[in-house]
Design a protein around this ligand. Structure first.
Ligand code: ZN
Length: 130
């Protein structure tokens, strides 16, 4: 399936959720972040590390389950009108050909997928001069 030129913007989807759903997801996200924070800092202390990892994993599972149970799935629409994926904006500009990192959002293509500029190649090879 193609990648949409429009990213999925979590902030917009968040604004479409009702306050109760935002409160549940927000609380789980904070628990996930707190667990991850402790885990990152307490790597040298095994008991805290294990407990934080367990809490983080449980919060992560609960957060994903919360998204799966959303009644208002349109708030998490991840396809555009043509059926292309609205990849989360956190991924940055994506190449429409291979899904890699695009050079700039306006170009929507990566260096690997760009057509070679034959004039530049000729100059590099000592051929034609501009
Ligand atoms: Zn590419």
């Amino acid at each position: 399936m193609a990648i949409s030129s429009t990213p999925f913007v979590g902030a917009f989807a968040w604004a479409l959720l009702d306050a109760e759903t935002q409160a549940r997801i927000g609380a789980l996200a904070l628990e996930l972040a707190a667990g991850q924070f402790i885990e990152d800092i307490a790597v040298m202390h095994d008991p805290a590390r294990r407990a934080a990892a367990k809490a983080s994993a449980k919060a992560s599972d609960a957060l994903l389950l919360e998204f799966l149970l959303l009644d208002e799935r349109s708030a998490l629409a991840v396809e555009d009108e043509e059926g292309a994926w609205l990849v989360p904006s956190a991924a940055g500009p994506l190449c429409q050909v291979c899904g890699g990192q695009a050079r700039r959002r306006a170009e929507m293509i990566c260096s690997d997928c760009m057509e070679p500029d034959y004039e530049d190649l000729l100059i590099l090879m000592g051929g034609a001069q501009p």
